[in-house]
Design a protein around this ligand. Structure first.
Ligand code: NAP
Length: 359
């Protein structure tokens, strides 16, 4: 693996070279972000079906397409003609842990899609691999790098003591039609790590951890589909110690509702209301205490620029070039905490993954 130092000392540093695993929905967004980020380049793509990798490579001007993950790792080591610096894992949830660990052991840095892992055992093994390999590892939880979440971090101290937050991620699944027609897409298959908690619940849960830290207690309810995956539910995170003692965060998630419910952080001095906890754009400070609690004090809305994964990608390139081993804005402990919360929530709701049997 070429060193990060080489990338930082050059007057005009060469782009960070990515190998992409998966050629589906999110890989497409990633390629769109890379196209607008001079610090990044995609060297290779691998997909389960070779024709899918070839098609992706053609559409995005990627020089190498591989029939599978192993082939890509072997072809693009440090002494190869076209080496990879970072493996971006955009494959289904069930493959995240094994592909992350194999990439780290082969000497690559890793950016792995959310959810980080299916179980706490997997997540701990991934973090340990990164430590042993001395490589960068980050979960691609993009809100950490969004300007709207930066605005939330700034405004929190102005709210006073926070007692309650309701964080919402609801989105009617584009795969529901297929499910109702008798197919079993990964999004609704517990054997492939699907369901609302894993795909959408991760957003409010991780935002709560990002803003308030690791909760002390997890209480979850939810509804199961016939497949055994959850369609929607609520996870309540309770904070019993530390600066947020007494705080309860209700995390609402659904794959069966349109996303029409705002998120709100309500505190003693004021409240902040946001339109979406994945990429907040409309951000309203309301209150203050003693006056109309719904009155707008200040419009703190942000305009985001560029492609969906643009902010996250720019930060990953900066971190890898600087020799960082994890992201300050989304450190590995936060991914471990989210995996742990989601595992507890799944157990309470009755969603069983094959990986849960290891626990
Ligand atoms: N950050 C976000 O906003 C966001 C949004 C959506 C999804 N995600 C996450 O991204 C991941 C992928 O989701 P998606 O919606 O993009 O799924 P998708 O459209 O189904 O794409 C998955 C891709 O993985 C490939 N794949 C499957 N097995 C593989 C293997 N063994 N080796 C290499 N590639 C393999 C598939 O290959 P074939 O097509 O060749 O079969 C497909 O190209 C999930 O973890 C999801 O949670 C993140």
């Amino acid at each position: 693996m070429s060193t990060s130092a080489a990338m930082t000392t050059s007057a005009s540093p060469r782009p960070v070279r990515f190998g992409v695993v998966g050629a589906g929905f999110i890989a497409q967004w990633f390629a769109e972000a890379v196209a607008q980020e001079p610090a990044a380049r995609i060297v290779a793509v691998a997909s389960a079906r070779p024709e899918r990798a070839r098609d992706f490579a053609q559409r995005h001007g990627v020089p190498h397409a591989h029939a599978g993950f192993d082939e890509m790792l072997h072809a693009h080591g440090p002494s190869s003609a076209d080496p990879i610096d970072v493996v971006y894992i955009a494959s289904p949830n069930t493959l995240h842990a094994a592909q992350t660990i194999a990439s780290l052991e082969a000497g690559f840095h890793v950016l792995v899609e959310k959810p980080f892992a299916l179980s706490p055992i997997e997540a701990k093994a991934m973090v340990e691999s990164a430590r042993v390999a001395g490589r960068f590892l980050m979960e691609a939880w993009l809100p950490a790098f969004e300007p709207g979440v930066a605005r939330l971090r700034e405004v929190l101290p102005r709210l006073g003591r926070v007692h309650r937050a309701v964080l919402v991620k609801e989105q009617f699944s584009s795969r529901m039609g297929a499910y109702r027609a008798g197919e079993l897409p990964a999004a609704f298959d517990p054997a492939r790590g699907g369901g609302s908690l894993m795909d959408l619940g991760v957003y409010p849960v991780s935002l709560a951890i990002h803003l308030f830290g690791t909760p002390d207690r997890v209480t979850a309810t939810g509804q199961l589909l016939d497949s055994g995956a959850d369609s929607h539910g609520t996870v309540v995170l309770s904070y019993e110690h530390g600066p947020h003692r007494g705080l309860e965060v209700a995390c609402l998630h659904s794959k069966t509702s349109v996303g029409a419910i705002d998120s709100v952080i309500a505190a003693e001095e004021a409240a902040v209301v946001i339109d979406d906890c994945q990429w907040p754009r409309r951000i309203e400070l309301r209150g203050p205490r003693g006056q109309d609690p719904r009155a707008l004090i200040e419009d703190l809305s942000v305009r985001r620029r560029g492609p969906q994964l643009g902010y996250e990608l720019a930060e990953v390139c900066r971190l890898v070039r600087s020799g960082a081993r994890q992201a300050g804005l989304h450190p590995l402990y936060a991914s471990l905490a989210a995996v742990d919360v989601l595992a507890q929530a799944r157990a309470q709701v009755g969603v069983r993954f094959p990986e849960d049997l290891q626990a």
